[in-house]
Design a protein around this ligand. Structure first.
Ligand code: FMN
Length: 194
């Protein structure tokens, strides 16, 4: 497996392959966070941007994952592109994206999604669906037309990678694993036993 020395360049190559091969959501990944006591939790997210600085996930800072990241800013992502039999694992520390980045992405979302970001108390108990519908109606009444501002509790988290691993299936479970470890400003690369 000939991989680029820069894992972000390599990620982009595999992502481009995944866009062609997967029926939907090549940018979907599982996203693991942990409480300060070390209890893990994982859920799917869409990874909306990546570059040399890291991988960006947008969410509600008051959701379970948001609260965990505020208290323990470390996370992991795992992409699985089934059709290609490939996996990419990434872990590192997280930071907030800039307000400008969050505003730009928020404004690119459909209007109803922006209304939903205000109306949903993400991860809180919901007594009835009607309660949620009332919150949507109230938010719509506040913003009947025009711009919907980004809620203060909605932003992006950038996972700054310290480790990225590319895994590719081979027959008889003799898979190929390549691990990139951040060492200062450079990436050290090594193969791992499958
Ligand atoms: C394919 C897929 C993509 C998702 N993308 C996001 C996302 O980008 N941001 C988000 O907050 N939730 C996303 N969700 C919902 C989350 O999986 C999760 O239900 C929600 O964020 C609440 O998680 P929490 O209670 O652990 O914070 C997605 C779900 C699926 C199945």
């Amino acid at each position: 497996m000939q991989l680029d020395p820069d894992p972000i360049v390599q990620f982009q190559r595999w992502y481009d392959d995944a866009v062609m091969a997967e029926p939907c959501d090549a940018d979907a990944a599982s996203f693991a966070t942990a409480s300060p006591e070390g209890w893990p939790s994982v859920r799917m997210v869409l990874v909306k941007a990546w570059d040399a600085r890291g991988f960006v996930v947008y969410t509600n800072t008051e959701s379970r994952k948001g609260r965990e990241l505020e208290a323990n800013p470390h996370a992991a992502l795992c992409f699985h592109w089934k059709s290609l039999r490939r996996q990419v694992r990434i872990n590192g520390a997280t930071e907030h994206v800039t307000d400008l980045e969050a505003d730009t992405y928020f404004e690119s979302r459909p209007r109803t999604s922006r209304i939903g970001a205000w109306a949903s108390l993400q991860s809180e108990p919901l007594a009835t669906r009607l309660e949620f519908e009332k919150r949507i109606a109230t938010t719509l009444a506040k913003h009947p037309i025009g711009a919907v501002p980004r809620p203060p509790h909605w932003t992006g988290y950038r996972l700054v990678p310290r480790e990225i691993e590319f895994w590719e299936d081979r027959q008889f479970r003799l898979h190929v694993r390549t691990q990139y470890l951040r060492e200062g400003g450079a990436w050290a690369v090594q193969e791992l036993y499958p």
